[in-house]
Design a protein around this ligand. Structure first.
Ligand code: ATP
Length: 361
């Protein structure tokens, strides 16, 4: 059991620092009350840093990320600051590649009182996790595709090495969720195995991994049908695992079901490191106005506590991860201190304070 944790913090661009500040305050107060120590070290990176120094992710920041127990990241990138080739500054993608963070974890939750475009049957809740492979798939040739006047080519890559790690992670997560009373213990492989040989291969690796986990149910779904079921019966899902591009698209659909990006957390997890960050970007259109929604950032921090607690066998962190998520859900359900994107009038600080109040901090 470990009781002292080092967290590397990337405050990022736009609304990034505004939502990170109250999140770290809540985490520090939870640690103090919970009898464990959590130290936060801010590492410079991002678009504003690039504009100032010509470096988007200094080696010292990369090293700090590598050495930390966990990495907390708000949002990075600004449309107005770009590399000479016109692409945006995204150190979060560099981190994903450098640290081999193959599992993009995107929880989707809809509970009573939450705004959703879905018509939820009475008493139904949605609580599933989409795992997006994040280092290969259709993103393999990202930025290196071949384009001529007459044709364009990109390559889809599925490897045994990454797929096996990904599926092992998915089955482990379904088992943990079942133990925590949050799902039946089922993993669905989302693919297009009826059309592409690469996805038939992906599915065969999934089936082989499923054999090793007889306590967890396994099934398959085609990605097009999955998009339909996200809308018609999302309460049937538990853990879904899929390729990079399919996951990219389905995770935004999931955020839409939850009523928007302001409440969608995420984690990018590898064997040795993990980054926790909201699904949204740096929202430069509302930066500096104190009205950004901090809840996706706070929910990402709750995922970090969960992950650290499980990894280091520290139940206090797992308890605080659950309490923090439930506090955010209570604030959303009560609806008194919501930011404008959720139809309220609260500012960032007020919304974060409402979460702290739910926790008696
Ligand atoms: P990226 O490509 O970097 O992910 P994006 O183009 O998806 O970014 P965002 O920065 O996520 O764009 O912003 C999309 C819209 O959602 C903007 O109108 C922004 O103001 C809004 N938005 C994003 N995050 C929040 C938040 N935390 N609170 C309130 N509004 C937000």
């Amino acid at each position: 059991m470990k009781s002292a944790f080092e967290v590397t913090v990337f405050e990022g661009d736009g609304i990034g620092p505004e939502i990170m500040r109250p999140t770290v305050e809540i985490l520090a107060a939870l640690a103090e009350a919970g009898g464990y120590s959590m130290r936060f070290a801010v590492a410079p990176a991002g678009a504003a840093h690039y504009a100032k120094t010509g470096e988007s992710l200094p080696e010292s920041s990369m090293q700090a990320a590598r050495d930390a127990d966990a990495i907390l990241l708000s949002a990075m990138g600004l449309p107005s600051v770009r590399y000479p080739d016109g692409t945006e500054i995204s150190p979060q993608i560099d981190l994903r590649k450098a640290l081999t963070l193959f599992a993009g974890v995107r929880p989707v939750r809809i509970f009573p009182g939450q705004r959703t475009p879905l018509k939820m049957p009475d008493g139904r809740e949605v609580d599933f996790v989409l795992i997006r492979e994040s280092t290969e798939g259709l993103f393999h040739t990202q930025g290196k595709g071949e384009v001529t006047a007459d044709e364009a080519r990109e390559t889809l890559l599925i490897t045994r090495e990454i797929s096996e790690k990904l599926f092992e992670f998915a089955f482990g997560l379904a088992r943990e969720r079942k133990a925590a009373g949050r799902g039946p213990g089922k993993v669905t492989c989302v693919d297009k195995a009826n059309v592409f040989r690469a996805f038939a291969y992906f599915r065969s690796l999934f089936d082989a991994e499923a054999q090793k986990h007889p306590d967890v149910a396994a099934d398959h779904a085609y990605v097009d049908a999955t998009a339909l079921w996200f809308v018609l019966k999302p309460w049937d899902f538990d853990v879904l695992v899929t390729e990079n591009m399919f996951g990219d698209i389905l995770s935004d659909l999931g955020a839409g079901l939850m009523g928007g990006l302001g409440v969608a957390p995420s984690a990018d997890i590898g064997l040795d490191n993990a980054v926790f960050q909201p699904c949204h970007g740096s929202a430069p259109d509302i930066a500096g106005q104190g009205k950004a929604n901090p809840l996706a950032m706070i929910l990402s921090a709750a995922m970090m506590l969960d992950w650290l607690g499980l990894r280091h066998d520290t139940p206090a962190l797992q308890t605080d991860g659950r309490r923090l998520r439930e506090a955010v859900e209570a604030v959303i359900a009560k609806g008194r201190f919501l930011t404008a994107d959720l139809g309220g009038a609260a500012g960032t600080e007020e919304a974060a304070q409402a979460v702290a109040a739910e926790l008696d901090l």
